[in-house]
Design a protein around this ligand. Structure first.
Ligand SMILES: NC(=O)c1ccc[n+]([C@@H]2O[C@H](COP(=O)([O-])OP(=O)(O)OC[C@H]3O[C@@H](n4cnc5c(N)ncnc54)[C@H](OP(=O)(O)O)[C@@H]3O)[C@@H](O)[C@H]2O)c1
Length: 465
C-alpha cells in the first residue's frame, strides 16, 4: 500500500467565516480544484457532519468517481472529510485560523492511500500529487480572493471577433478556463428576485444564491413547480428565506399583477434577475396579441424592470437580464417586432427579442445610474428548455454542454460580486463568463441609441408602462 501526505498552508484575504462556509460545502470543489470535474452534495440540507458528496475526479483527463463524507465540522476551526474511489482513500483535514477581521490562515492536509500500489513507487507519484496540490491551492486562492471581472487573453478576444470560433467557449470548456470559478461572496441580508426559478439556469442560480445567504423571491408558473423548486433549493442550501410568486410571463396583465404584488409585499429588492425565456419552433400569439417569443423574452422583462426600478434604485440594486449568444447573429427588426413577415424562424425571433433586451439594458443604464445594469449570456447549458426547443442540438452537443450550475455562474457572480456594484466601470455591461463582451460583432446587428429609443417607445406602448 502506498500512502502520500500533502500539506499546504495559505493566507487568504477573507474573513474566516466566509472561507469556512465556502469550503464546508465540499461541492464547491468543482469551482476551484482543477482535479475535480464535477461535485454534488448528495445529502439534502446544509453541509454538516455526515453530509455526503459525489465527485467526478479528473485523473489525467479521465473522469473517476469518488465519494466523500464530511466527518467533522467544528465551526470556523476545522473540517475533516473522508473520501474513497476505485482503489484509493483520502482524508482531507482543513484547519482555519482567523488572522483578523479580513484574513484567514488555512492549513490543508490531504493523506492519500492506494491499496494496490507498492510503496516503492512513491518517488514517482509524489511530484504528480504535489502538482495537483499546488493547482488546487491556486484555484482556491482565486476562488476566494481573485474572483473579480475576467480579462480575456488575446487568443480569446480574436476568437470571439470571428463569432463561430468564439462559440467554442460557449461549451463547458469556456467555463473551465475562467481564471476564477469561485462563488463565495456572501449575500446575507440581500434579496434577489429570479424569474423562471423553477427549472434550468434560474433554479441553479437560485440554489447557488441561497447557499450564499440571499433571501429569494422565486417567480414561476404553477404552485406545484414552485413548491418543488423550493424543496430543491433547500436540499441544496439548507434553511433559507424563500418567497414564491406565480406569474405567466408571456402575459402583460399577469406581469403587471405580479409587479403590483411585489411592490406591496416586497419593499426591498436588491437584485432582479430576468431569467425566464423561451424559444418557440412555431409562431404563436399571446391572448394579448403579441408574438410569443417577443412577449416572454422582451415585453414582460421590460415591464417588470420598469415597475421595480424605483425599489431597485433606492437599494442601489442590480438588474441582470439573461440574453443569449444567439443575438450575435441578429439585429433588431423594428418594423416587424411580431415577426409577421416571411417564414417564421424560432431561433431568429428569439435572438431578435434578446437583442432588444440588450439594447434596452444599455439605454436604461444611461437614465438610471443608481442601478447596476447588466445583460449576460450563459453559453450553452443542458436544461429542460434546450432539450425541448432544440432537441437535435441538445443530443449532439450533450457531452459539451455546461451543467445548469455552470451556465448560471455569471448570473450569480453578477448578483453577488462587490466589483459590479451600482457605480464604477463594471456596474454596466454585457457579460459572458465574467468578462465584458462586445454587444455586436457582425455588420448590421448593432443598435444605435435612436433605434433603441424607438424600440423603447414600442415596448412601452405594448407594456402599458
Ligand atoms: N440553456 C442555454 O443553453 C441557454 C442559452 C442561451 C440563453 N439561455 C437563456 O437562459 C434563460 C434560462 O434558460 P433555460 O435554458 O434555463 O430554460 P428552461 O430550462 O426552459 O427554464 C426556463 C424557466 O423560465 C420559465 N418560463 C418560461 N416561460 C415562461 C412563462 N411564459 N411564464 C413564466 N415562466 C416561464 C420556465 O418555467 P416552467 O418551468 O414553468 O417552464 C423555467 O422556470 C432563458 O432566458 C434562456 O433564453 C439559455
Amino acid at each position: 500500500m502506498l500512502t502520500l501526505p500533502l500539506i499546504r498552508e495559505l493566507v487568504l484575504d477573507r474573513p474566516v467565516a466566509d472561507c469556512f462556509r465556502y469550503l464546508a460545502d465540499f461541492s464547491t470543489t468543482e469551482q476551484w480544484d482543477p482535479g475535480v470535474f464535477a461535485a454534488d452534495k448528495t445529502t439534502p440540507g446544509a453541509a454538516r457532519a455526515g453530509s455526503e458528496f459525489a465527485l467526478r475526479l479528473n485523473v489525467l483527463g479521465r473522469s473517476v468517481p469518488a465519494a466523500y463524507r464530511l466527518v467533522e465540522r467544528d465551526e470556523n476551526r476545522r473540517l475533516v472529510l473522508e473520501g474513497s474511489g476505485p482503489g484509493f482513500t483520502v482524508v482531507d483535514t482543513l484547519n482555519f485560523e482567523s488572522l483578523g477581521p479580513a484574513q484567514t490562515r488555512l492549513r490543508y492536509e490531504a493523506v492519500m492511500s492506494w491499496d494496490s500500489v507498492p510503496a516503492r513507487i512513491a518517488p514517482l507519484l509524489k511530484p504528480w500529487a504535489e502538482r495537483l496540490g499546488d493547482q488546487a491551492m491556486t484555484g482556491l486562492t482565486r476562488a476566494l480572493t481573485e474572483d473579480g471581472p475576467e480579462s480575456l487573453p488575446r487568443r480569446e478576444r480574436i476568437a470571439q471577433k470571428l463569432v463561430v470560433p468564439g462559440m467554442v467557449a460557449f461549451t463547458r470548456r469556456g467555463w473551465r478556463t475562467q481564471h476564477s470559478r469561485g462563488l463565495s461572496r456572501r449575500m446575507d441580508g440581500r434579496t434577489v428576485a429570479v424569474t423562471g426559478a423553477t427549472a434550468g439556469l434560474g433554479l441553479a442560480a437560485a440554489q447557488e444564491l441561497a447557499r450564499l445567504g440571499a433571501r429569494l423571491i422565486l417567480i414561476g408558473r404553477g404552485s406545484e413547480r414552485l413548491a418543488a423548486a423550493m424543496q430543491a433549493i433547500r436540499d441544496f442550501a439548507g434553511d433559507c428565506a424563500l418567497h414564491a410568486y406565480e406569474a405567466e410571463l408571456s402575459s402583460i396583465a399577469d406581469t403587471e399583477r405580479l409587479a403590483t404584488r411585489l411592490l406591496a409585499e416586497q419593499p426591498a429588492i436588491d437584485v432582479l434577475i430576468n431569467n425566464a425565456g423561451a424559444l418557440f419552433a412555431e409562431r404563436g400569439e399571446t391572448p394579448e396579441g403579441h408574438e410569443r417569443a417577443l412577449a416572454v423574452n422582451l415585453l414582460t422583462p421590460a415591464l417588470l424592470i420598469k415597475r421595480l426600478e424605483p425599489v431597485l434604485a433606492e437599494r442601489r440594486g442590480r438588474v441582470i437580464n439573461v440574453v443569449s449568444g444567439g443575438l450575435y447573429l441578429q439585429g433588431l427588426a423594428l418594423d416587424d417586432l411580431d415577426y409577421e413577415r416571411g417564414e417564421y424562424d424560432g431561433s431568429k425571433a428569439y435572438a431578435r427579442a434578446k437583442r432588444g433586451l440588450l439594447a434596452l439594458t444599455r439605454l436604461w443604464a444611461e437614465d438610471e445610474t443608481r442601478i447596476g445594469w447588466h445583460a449576460m449570456h450563459p453559453g450553452w447549458a443542458a436544461t429542460p428548455g434546450i432539450a425541448k426547443s432544440l432537441p437535435a442540438f441538445d443530443r449532439r452537443m450533450q457531452p459539451f454542454l455546461r451543467t445548469p450550475r455552470q451556465g448560471a455562474d455569471t448570473m450569480v457572480w453578477l448578483a453577488s460580486h462587490p466589483a459590479v456594484a451600482a457605480h464604477g466601470e463594471d456596474s454596466v455591461g454585457f457579460w459572458f463568463d465574467r468578462a465584458q463582451r462586445p454587444d455586436a460583432l457582425l455588420p448590421g446587428t448593432a443598435v444605435d441609441t435612436a433605434t433603441a429609443m424607438s424600440l423603447e417607445a414600442d415596448v412601452r406602448l405594448r407594456g402599458g408602462w
